[in-house]
Design a protein around this ligand. Sequence first.
Ligand code: NAD
Length: 283
Amino acid sequence: MADEIHSPELDRDEILTLESPQFSPDRVAIVTGAGSGIGRATALALAHNRLTVVATDVDEEGLEETERRKEELDLRGAIETVTGDLTYDGDVESIVTAASELGEITYLANIAGFQHVAPLEEFPMETYDAMQRVMVRAPTLLAKHCLPHMRGGEEPAGVVANMCSIHGHYVTRDKVAYNTAKFAIRGLTQSIAAEGDGDVRSFSVSTAYVKTPLVVNQIADTAQQRGISEREVVEKVMLEEARTTELMDPIEVANAFAFGLSDHARFLNGADLLFDGGYTLTY
Ligand code: NAD
């Protein structure tokens, strides 16, 4: 059906190409959540821009697919995969150790995350804890382990980028763990900016809905549940309050990460890049 919404495969010519002196093969970028969606697109975009990328995820098969896409697109940089579960501190440490053996750790993109929808009174606290570990604690611990490497390098020393959301600006009901995690990631971003001493920058990227497997599956389910088309789910359920009728492509988010990490964004520090089609600031 022409109306169906798919998670798109990215084309090489959609990737933003940046001339940035720090984007060189001896520099390492760690990307979490790189086995799917936005994380995969970001790993590919950074490899296209000649960085050595450590792509990490708990999903080993997803990482293999990311590597396969890198070969298929014939990208210039390298992608090394590290399978790890961000809820385990030991795995987090191993990711940084593996990255340090490949070159100078200069970039960290905290992208991994997941959603759970349930009312506050019924919200399972084990799920709450897991979400906080993946989306707040692991980004903090990764930054903690990466900062000494970044500070030890040449100027500018490094950049930490964090995936936020419109849910880091306002909240929707039944998403208490996600809402609090996304508000927290902005606090982490600003804390790194404060303690980066001008050497290490930090920024976050916020979007509304992006065509990733997670969201695409939700669209199909909602269409079936409500007896409407997938296009109607996007336009009437998801984007009714937005000034756009389209969902974002993962590569558009990846390009925002690549720009923010590049030297072109050297005055971007502590701020959030809000790419939401007018969702948050208009009514
Ligand atoms: P996705 O499901 O396609 O990718 C998320 C990845 O995170 C998966 O590969 C998953 O295996 C990984 N992950 C989950 N738990 C993990 C763990 N314990 N250890 C290691 N890896 C783990 O989803 P996505 O849409 O690409 O989401 C990426 C980020 O973007 C998330 O932080 C999400 O909150 C955020 N985001 C997504 C949207 C959207 O509409 N898709 C909008 C705003 C923000």
